[in-house]
Design a protein around this ligand. Sequence first.
Ligand code: PEP
Length: 251
Amino acid sequence: MRKTIIAGNWKMNKTPSEAADLAAAIAKITDFQCEVVICPPFVDLFYAKRAIEGTAVKLGAQNCHWAESGAFTGEISADMLIEAGCEYVIIGHSERRQYFGETDETVNRRTKAALAKGLKVILCVGELKEEREAGTTESVIERQVRLGLKDLTAEEMANVVIAYEPVWAIGTGLTATSEQAEEVCKFIRSLIAELFGAGTAEETTIQYGGSMNAKNAAELLAMPDIDGGLIGGAALKPEDFAVIIAAGSAK
Ligand code: PEP
């Protein structure tokens, strides 16, 4: 059975002291039956880690470079994230693709490096509004999945989570309908089956992300191919995040 994973992407929000408070509030949500991950900014990681110590909440980061170390100003390595307590890392978020020049090739390089060091990767894919309107959603997703997962093995896929995040739904309040989200998540599973085999596809967690909140989480998570959520705005509100976690636990 594949894992249901509810992950919070804090983006560039919360100073270290604010992050400690938010992580402490999330640490109080104890009765869940799914995997819960928080992904604060880099400078907050130690503080968040301390706050969730002794709980089942896992720590993740929002990016990771492919090199072990060296002259890459502003970047961070997998070893650094692991020592800071991370188990997960988000790779290829649409904001990185849109604003920071992330490409399918760099997504693939980052993914391979993170996996090689033992991190679990939440690999984000998703179409732009214009791409959906032009009817090219599937071809965009197919390209991002094929190139993002290029040269990975089925064994490595055990540590990969795919997050389907339609770009037009991120931070906009516009959520994909549960049918739209299910359709693409199911398509992603079929691609994984083609690339790595039906068994791997069945085991791979595929999340939906894009304005998932306390109101719509249960309906989205009830869909057969939606195995969790990557949550931005609502992950900053502990009461709302708790409702989403409860919906994930009920799956
Ligand atoms: C995200 O940042 O991955 C995201 C889905 O954001 P939001 O939930 O705010 O749309």
